[in-house]
Design a binder for this molecule. Structure first.
Ligand SMILES: [Zn+2]
Length: 592
């Protein structure tokens, strides 16, 4: 099986693939190389046969849990049953009799909608914790997200920041092959299913060739997770004869967004739906339509980064082609949008010389757009203060996102606690006049329930799937998680949202259903061979690393600060990327 066939066949094809004999000389062309044994799929455990079923219309009754429907019309229940009929939620009520259903006792658990996040670069999963101490940008050769992740691991090329036409180092290719993207996407999805995140949004800026794009979509679709695939650029090496198709063009279904819309996204009634990373300016050099117009022409939702660029919003609004209903647009980060940067948390004048209002936020509010806050990454990587208060001040409930595995976990409990504690830390600090000479208003001390809504309902709205999921509402698709509360870490339970946000972590995720299908049960992925997945993603990491450390076509890799022997091998035990930071404090002394 060659790479192209593998990508087409996906994991099912892998299960059937044969392993080439040692020395056959064909291993490099095969995704299943020597030493990789077993398949990614595993058999369904016998005790689950009744739940995963044989194709008949399954009915499952989750009995006796605490139910957080998050839908005020349905209500929440101290104890209730949830009936799932096929892919949909049939009923939520204190007692349901359904003799034809598989009845599952879930007393001592919390039954709630699956978590939904709204921004993640899933192709980076094989680079997990690559630069844990790194910033978004740093002065070269300081290792940063920009230099290590985007230049070295993604582009295979470094140009002089002061003179982009000056190429310092170039492999002549991107380090990832399509199958490396595939396994990253697949493992990211399954990992997040195991954390209770039933929907994610993948902005993998790795559409280096049409095959890379196909591989990423295949990885998402094979995972069985609900996803938005936000089609984004890759590294354009068309001048070297390598096919490059992003973004495509209006009325063109042969390449780019038109090709993938036609090939993969002709129906909205499927788990993976189409988004687009193109912006509100010209869709491509010379195009007389904007990226947003191109997205809308192919039914894609719009997902754009914005760090410290409120003028992009203002300019987008000034261009009539971008319309006035922006309910299909999500801006990610939305940090440093203040026209007056004195205060991250205040809104209004509050005695400062300039009024710290943001025209960008007002446009965002007035046009019904969404905000995705990568709370932990923004705090860690210097994007700016996560703008919860600005969003709330404008009547916007932001959603949460993990963003990049290179620096931080995707765990939704960590994301929720990050949002919750950040708001409280700011509010608590500003309560002291010494910290707040300008008399800024205290930020809203958000509640546990509000951050749960950020991680569910707001995510569904941003991803344009609130009609399908996000609450436990009869008629919606059954994306449901069961959290184990009767547990040594969490019992006795005295407050349900508080238990979820302030007590739990992914080990409490007991069961996960997506569109009524059991995908994670009693703490285990259903139908996947986890050892095989781990072997494959490790091997992908080794392949990509070997290419990076191969002979470049141009120049040499400049040495970084971290590991002079081999600067771009993951620095396994030492610190990363911390040179030049925190030099003011005296060296600390460890006392016995
Ligand atoms: Zn991002």
């Amino acid at each position: 099986m060659n790479r192209r066939d593998f990508i087409r066949a996906g994991a099912a094809g892998l299960a059937a693939a044969t392993i080439p004999a040692a020395g056959s000389g064909r291993a490099a062309d095969n995704i299943v190389s020597e030493g990789q044994i077993g398949s990614l799929r595993s058999a369904t455990p016998s005790d689950l046969q009744g739940l995963v079923g044989d194709g008949r219309q399954r009915r499952i009754l989750l009995r006796g849990g605490v139910v957080l429907s998050l839908d005020p019309r349905v209500g929440d229940f101290e104890k209730a049953d949830v009936l799932i009929d096929g892919k949909r939620i049939a009923e939520v009520a204190p007692t349901i009799s359904a003799s034809d259903a598989e009845i599952v006792d879930r007393a001592g658990t919390i039954v709630m909608p699956g978590f939904i996040t709204t921004h993640h670069h899933q192709y980076e999963t094989l680079q997990r914790s690559m630069i844990p101490d790194g910033l978004l940008r740093g002065e070269w050769p300081q290792e940063s997200y920009f230099s290590v992740v985007q230049n070295i691991w993604t582009a295979g090329r470094i140009t002089d920041p002061a003179n982009p036409s000056n190429v310092i180092w170039d492999l002549g290719r991107v380090p990832y092959d399509p199958e490396d993207c595939y396994i990253s996407e697949l493992v990211a999805c399954l990992s997040e299913i195991s954390e209770g995140v039933t929907t994610g949004t993948d902005t993998s800026q790795s559409s280096h060739t049409p095959e890379h794009t196909d591989a990423m979509i295949k990885g998402l679709m094979d995972s069985g997770r609900r996803m938005v695939y936000a089609y984004s650029p890759g590294i354009d090496r068309s001048s070297n004869g390598i096919p490059y198709e992003f973004p495509g063009a209006m009325n063109d279904t042969a390449r780019g967004i038109g090709r993938i819309a036609k090939t993969y996204f002709s129906s909205r009634d499927q788990l993976v739906t189409l988004g687009f990373g193109g912006g509100p300016g010209p869709a491509a050099p010379g195009a007389d339509y904007t990226g947003w117009q191109l997205a809308r022409a192919f039914g894609a939702s719009i997902h754009n980064h914005n760090v410290g660029a409120p003028n992009v919003v203002i300019d987008a609004a000034a261009d009539a082609r971008n319309g006035t209903d922006w309910s299909d647009v999500t801006f990610i980060h939305a940090t440093r949008w203040q026209d007056e940067p004195l205060a991250q948390v205040g809104y209004g004048s509050y005695g400062y010389p300039k009024e710290n209002r943001s025209k960008a936020w007002e446009i965002w509010r007035d046009r019904g757009a969404h905000v995705s806050i990568a709370v932990l990454i923004e705090m860690q990587m210097r994007h700016g203060m996560p703008p919860f208060q600005l969003a709330l001040d404008h009547g916007i409930l932001p959603s949460l996102s993990p963003d990049v595995d290179t620096n931080m976990t995707t765990d939704p409990f960590s994301l929720m606690r990050g949002a919750f504690c950040l708001q409280r830390a700011l509010a608590n600090d500003l309560a002291f006049p010494e910290s707040n000479p300008g008399g800024l208003p205290a930020p809203q001390a958000v509640t546990s329930r509000q951050v749960i809504e950020m991680a569910t309902i707001a995510g569904a709205a941003s991803n344009r799937i609130l009609d399908k999921v996000g609450t436990l509402t009869p008629g919606k698709e059954a994306d449901i998680i069961v959290l184990d509360a009767r547990n040594i870490n969490t019992w006795p339970m005295n407050n349900v949202p508080g238990t979820v946000v302030t007590m739990m972590n992914p080990r409490h995720v007991r069961d996960v259903l997506i569109a009524g299908k059991v995908v994670y049960w009693k703490g285990k992925l259903v139908g996947w061979n986890v050892d095989a997945l781990l072997r494959q993603i490790e091997q992908a990491r080794e392949r990509v690393l070997a290419r990076i450390n191969g002979t470049p076509k141009v120049g040499q890799l400049p040495q970084g600060n971290n590991s002079f022997a081999n600067p771009y091998r993951p620095n396994f035990l030492a610190g990363c990327c911390d040179k030049g930071q925190n030099t003011a404090a005296p060296a600390y002394v460890l006392r016995p």
